[in-house]
Write a protein that binds this ligand. Structure first.
Ligand code: FAD
Length: 226
């Protein structure tokens, strides 16, 4: 069967590879001169821009694409798990090393606000619920019919998706520094924590599930045109 995929971002490339692995004859169409979509590295006015994704939160999705063709991803890319995911430095020079080490996270939260430890645990539990719905259950469901969207409304209301990420975090955490820290995930895609729907809170749990990985050399290494 012949298939045409429009757009060569991660989504288009992954779709094209999955179709190819199923035996389709695939044509991938891209309007830019090179592949990658938002994950492109490109030159403009003498500057080099890394367009988007830096951290890999679900490495199995990338590895799977190689495995579909019986290739070992290690022969092509090196995804390294990071020990410290983010370092926050506040105006008063307080530092917080955000990581997947829960004991270390608890120790640092206690240093800033002991009272917020319970709220932190509740927040993580709530983001697991968002993750279970938004990632595990719905990530591969096509939202191509209005009915599919309507069917999700009760669950979205239960998960408080009418709130912003900041507002959800603030309902569990009292300290302003910790509030800002735990609601920063929309910034990763240029979003605003004060207006982005709390569905995006699933990233908080997603990171804890598989860790944060860095593609050694970045996107840059693989773009031979630059
Ligand atoms: C600043 C920023 C930082 C980010 N950081 C991370 C991160 O650290 N980790 C992470 O996992 N995600 C991150 N993301 C999100 C991630 O980049 C996107 O989710 C992902 O790249 C989207 O891939 P996509 O294939 O869905 O879309 P896109 O990458 O947008 O690809 C769409 C492609 O379709 C092409 N196209 C569109 N219309 C046509 C047409 N008519 N004809 C031909 N071609 C067409 C476009 O040129 C483009 O190449 C970040 C995003 C941004 C913006």
């Amino acid at each position: 069967m012949n298939s045409v995929v429009i757009g060569s971002g991660f989504g288009g490339i992954a779709t094209a590879l999955r179709l190819k692995a199923k035996g389709h004859d695939v044509t991938l169409i891209e309007k830019h001169p090179d592949l990658g979509g938002r994950a492109r590295v490109f030159k403009k006015n003498g500057f080099i821009y890394d367009g988007g994704p830096t951290v890999i939160t679900a490495p199995y999705l990338i590895n799977e694409l190689f495995e579909l063709f019986n290739k070992d991803p290690k022969n092509y890319i090196r995804l390294s798990p990071l020990k410290i995911w983010y370092q926050f430095i506040f105006e008063d020079k307080t530092k917080f090393n955000y990581s997947g080490d829960e004991n270390e996270m608890k120790r640092q939260i206690e240093k800033i606000s002991k009272d917020d430890l319970k709220g932190y645990k509740k927040l993580v539990n709530f983001t697991k619920k968002i993750f279970d719905k938004g990632f595990t259950e719905l990530a591969d469901v096509p939202f191509d019919k209005p009915l599919v969207m309507v069917q999700q409304l009760p669950a979205l209301l239960k998960l408080k998706s009418y709130k912003s990420v900041y507002s959800l975090v603030s309902s569990y955490i009292k300290n302003e520094k910790l509030r800002r820290m735990f609601s920063m995930h929309p910034l990763l895609v240029g979003g605003n924590p004060f207006t982005t729907t709390s569905i995006y809170g699933l990233i908080l749990y997603l990171e804890k599930k598989w860790g944060i990985h860095y593609s050694m050399g970045g996107n840059w290494k693989y773009n031979k045109r630059i």
